[in-house]
Write a protein that binds this ligand. Structure first.
Ligand SMILES: C[S@@+](CC[C@H](N)C(=O)[O-])C[C@H]1O[C@@H](n2cnc3c(N)ncnc32)[C@H](O)[C@@H]1O
Length: 247
């Protein structure tokens, strides 16, 4: 099935498409103290919750980029409902192809839960650094290994061990790129459980209301695989943090 349709269905009930609680995220946003008109870029903005929240709090000028037509539609709806007059542009495109106008730099850039867009964490840091003003903020949401992953888990999930770092290494990589990590926001089991298990619920609702969708059997088998991987291994093996770096 189309992967973007799959993500739309599995994340139907989510506002934030990553394993961080909305309350903790709001706490982080309140620390930013951005000036009105500050320029913010969100690569792989999902349903736009971070961008719209920042527009509500600080009247920022923002650009959100996401490849999913489903999520960009959600963003547009959210913008019209919550910050209709705001200077927020939403672009449906591959984030890796997004290039700012010549000499345009942002006060804050983010890529939360999507470093695959740039083929990994370090490349994400490099890409965002180029688009961020000196002293600006770079926010990256990234998994990390809580412990050495079992071979069985790597086999089952088809993850390569190198795909993630330790928490320390995520910070170290950014600092070796010349950034200063000034804050981290880390998810706990509650945050992860909310993110993962709400997907089971959304899939259940979808199949109930769309019993004739030919994609249902694939949807069910993918969801079952993800459920088993999370319960047997992921829950105790992968952590999640949002890293705040200063350029
Ligand atoms: C885990 S979600 C995170 C979304 C959002 N940053 C958040 O935290 O709510 C990953 C997002 O990456 C988007 N995505 C996947 N590939 C992309 C690409 N090549 N360019 C832009 N967005 C992409 C997906 O559509 C999805 O919205």
């Amino acid at each position: 099935m189309d992967i973007l349709k799959y993500f739309d269905i599995t994340h139907k009930k989510h506002l934030v498409l990553n394993p961080m609680s909305q309350v903790k995220l709001d706490g982080l946003f309140s620390l930013f103290k951005l000036k009105p008109g500050s320029k913010v870029l969100d690569i792989a903005c999902g349903k736009g919750e971070p961008l719209i929240r920042l527009a509500e709090l600080y009247n920022i000028s923002g650009i959100g980029v996401d490849i999913s037509p489903y999520f960009i539609k959600d963003c547009e709806k959210k913008k019209n409902e919550r910050v209709p007059g705001s200077d927020i542009k939403l672009l449906e495109m591959d984030g890796a192809k997004y290039a700012p106008k010549i000499n345009e730099l942002f006060d804050l850039t983010m890529c939360i839960g999507a470093s695959f867009v740039y083929n990994g964490f370090i490349e994400t840091i490099k890409a965002l650094k180029k688009m961020t003003k000196p002293n600006g903020l770079i926010i990256i949401g990234e998994p990390y290994w809580l412990k050495e992953p079992d071979d069985e888990y790597l086999k089952m999930s088809e993850f390569k061990k190198e795909v993630f770092n330790s928490h320390f290494k995520n910070i170290d990589v950014g600092e070796k790129e010349g950034l200063n990590c000034i804050y981290t926001l880390v998810s706990n089991h509650d945050d992860w459980d909310y993110y993962e298990t709400l997907q089971w619920w959304s899939v259940n609702d979808y199949i109930t209301t769309n019993p004739d969708d030919p994609d249902n059997s694939e949807l069910l088998s993918k969801t079952k695989k993800a459920k088993i991987e999370y319960l047997l291994y992921g829950r105790n093996t992968i952590g999640w943090a949002i890293y705040v770096f200063k350029r």
